[in-house]
Design a protein around this ligand. Structure first.
Ligand SMILES: Nc1ncnc2c1ncn2[C@@H]1O[C@H](COP(=O)(O)OP(=O)(O)OP(=O)(O)O)[C@@H](O)[C@H]1O
Ligand SMILES: [Mg+2]
Length: 213
């Protein structure tokens, strides 16, 4: 199987603290990999490096055969999409957020398409015109995730995106991400502390104190 991502001897240091130490791993195209490990162990830091939001101190990340530094950041972010831990909505309305993926691609906002995506995460079309101040934390999380999904990436990185959702909405979000992986072949890297998600994971990688265990 072809590797979509290859991480080689990656280190990350901030100030004096060694946050990631000698991480080497391969991610197969189309796979679904779950990253687990204690709080503060370096999972989000690793995901931010893979998403090209921060640079490793040393080591390499190869995406689709090329070092990630060789890609245009805008192209890379469309191909490898990072759904943040504790996302925020920007602008004034939900529309400002869901329009953004269209704007960066020079495309026109498609209300019908967006409504369809909102429905997939259990939200109605009326949310489009809501103020960002009038949506709940869990609604905000689901809206933020749609920014990553409206245009399908090749790699989707989800960083604790179901944390804080109720059981029904956890299932909805989980099933949606599973569907992108199963039906569309999107490679998924998921960070989670959720026991049910860990129990049902097909492949897990444990990060402990900045190291792979
Ligand atoms: N830019 C930074 N400067 C200094 N320390 C940082 C920086 N970024 C992360 N850290 C530290 O690196 C460690 C790893 O943080 P990280 O967010 O990757 O953990 P995590 O495994 O995602 O934890 P959680 O499960 O709580 O989300 C923590 O000790 C954190 O305080
Ligand atoms: Mg984290």
């Amino acid at each position: 199987m072809e590797n979509i991502l290859e991480v080689k001897n990656l280190f990350y240091q901030a100030d004096e603290q060694k946050i990631l130490k000698d991480i080497t791993l391969n991610i197969e195209k189309g796979s679904y990999v779950t990253f687990i490990g204690p709080s503060g162990s370096g999972k989000s830091t690793l995901m931010r490096i893979l998403a090209d939001m921060i640079n490793a101190s040393s080591g390499e990340v190869i995406f689709d055969g090329k070092n990630i530094n060789e890609y245009e950041p805008t192209e890379y972010r469309q191909r490898v999409s990072y759904a943040f831990q504790q996302p925020t909505l920007f602008g004034k309305t939900v529309k400002d957020n869901l329009e953004f993926p269209y704007l960066v691609r020079n495309k026109e906002f498609d209300r019908t398409e967006v409504s369809k995506y909102l429905e997939m995460v259990n939200l109605s079309e009326s949310y489009i015109d809501k103020s960002v101040n009038d949506v709940s934390g869990g609604e905000k999380q689901r809206i933020a995730l749609l920014r990553n999904l409206i245009f399908q990436p090749e790699v989707l990185i989800t960083d604790e995106v179901t944390t804080g959702l109720d059981a029904d909405n956890k299932t909805i979000v989980r099933n949606l991400i599973d569907k992108f992986n199963h039906d569309n072949g999107v490679t998924v890297l998921r960070v989670t502390h959720d026991d049910a998600e860990i129990a049902s994971a097909s492949k897990t990688i444990r990060i402990e104190n900045g190291e792979m265990k």
